[in-house]
Ligand binder design. Structure first.
Ligand code: SF4
Ligand code: SF4
Length: 346
């Protein structure tokens, strides 16, 4: 990895240049909550002034630009004795600016499932390959626990990564695309003073992160499979699925085929789904393997912190706590995990 510095005025110039030809998605304030706290989303922007790089967290994750909530997988037209299928992948380049380390780590986890397993998704791969990612360091967000799941630092999965050093950014360059883009403006080689300032900035951030104790979680989950903790929290669950929709790593989906009334055409549609929804485990014949909401809630946690760890040796969760923030029933990972740990030593 190469490191350079770029003055903030030059960085602004760079973003302006990029906006001339490409779609730029960046954190943008869309309003405030009832306590006056800013609400941000990753949205298309057309001027640098629309971007707020000092944002705390976005309500929705950047997942939506790789796994849209709803997408058309293919269309078919039927003739008397033949049919034609059309599939198109998103190839237009796009720039995703201002992602925090946890959201880039979330993409790296999705990559493991969507690009490498037996059935890679060409829809995801085309979006990932055509997206230029610029990350940025940040103060921890309220309620987040990224450090506890090892997602507060990122070393790959981006093109450029910025650390704010006051009048300039310390830039980690992780791809030839990143290097080429930077050649359009003035950058500087790093000095000893830059390196010192960068390390100090990182050191200042580390202890500020909240770190709920998550050590040994896969084993704890195995032991507490029948714990009353699941009933306690499951009783509150509204089975709305919002947690999975805002989560940067939940990727469950359903596929449906819609056929026109005259049977001349059809389209196949993919919709993201949530394991908390009532019919998630319903099968033909009407049986529902997870009819109880506590069972569905439990399995979401087991996938995030147990099943994924078994397959990929790391949890799926990146600790952003978007699920906890969006949940109208107040269900959130730090409190559930704390309850399980207390249950284990009771
Ligand atoms: S945990 Fe919360 S957000 Fe998720 S389905 Fe239940 S009520 Fe909805
Ligand atoms: S499970 Fe919750 S805390 Fe973990 S990555 Fe998903 S939204 Fe963030």
């Amino acid at each position: 990895m190469l490191h350079k510095t770029i003055n903030k005025s030059e960085f602004r110039k760079l973003v302006d240049l990029l906006m001339e030809n490409e779609e730029v998605i960046a954190p943008k304030q869309i309003g405030s909550d009832i306590k006056g706290k800013a609400i941000h989303q990753y949205l298309p922007v057309s001027t640098f002034d629309e971007i707020d790089l000092d944002y705390e967290i976005t309500q929705y994750s950047a997942k939506t630009y790789f796994l849209p909530y709803c997408e058309n997988l293919s269309t078919c037209t039927f003739d008397d004795d033949d049919w034609t299928q059309n599939i198109s992948y998103r190839l237009q380049p796009r720039i995703l600016l201002g992602l925090h380390a946890c959201d880039i780590n979330a993409l790296l986890k999705l990559d493991k499932v969507m690009t490498r397993d037996s059935f890679p998704s060409p829809y995801y791969v085309s979006r990932r390959k055509n997206t230029f990612i610029v990350g940025i360091d940040h103060e921890p967000c309220e309620g987040g626990f990224c450090q506890a799941v090892g997602a507060d630092v990122v070393t790959h999965g981006f093109d450029l990564f910025l650390t704010d050093l006051g009048d300039r950014y310390f830039v980690a360059i992780n791809s030839d695309r990143g290097f080429n883009v930077l050649s359009r403006v003035r950058i500087k080689n790093i000095t000893q003073a830059d390196t010192k300032a960068y390390l100090e900035a990182r050191q200042a951030l580390a202890p500020v992160f909240e770190t709920p104790y998550m050590h040994n979680l896969p084993n704890l989950l195995d032991i507490e499979f029948e714990s009353p903790v699941w009933e306690k929290w499951g009783a509150k669950c509204l089975s709305c699925g919002s947690c999975a929709m805002v989560c940067p790593t939940c990727y469950c989906y359903g596929v449906g085929e819609r056929i026109s009334m005259d049977c001349s055409s059809s389209y196949k549609e993919k919709q993201l789904y949530s394991c908390n929804l009532l019919d998630f485990a319903s099968v033909s014949g009407g049986h529902n393997f997870r009819a109880k909401k506590e069972t569905r809630l439990k399995y979401r946690y087991y996938h995030q912190h147990r099943g994924f760890s078994e397959t990929y040796e790391e949890p799926l969760c990146v600790g952003c706590n978007r699920c906890g923030r969006v949940c109208l029933a107040g269900i959130n990972p730090p409190e559930i995990i704390k309850d399980l740990q207390l249950e284990g030593i009771r």
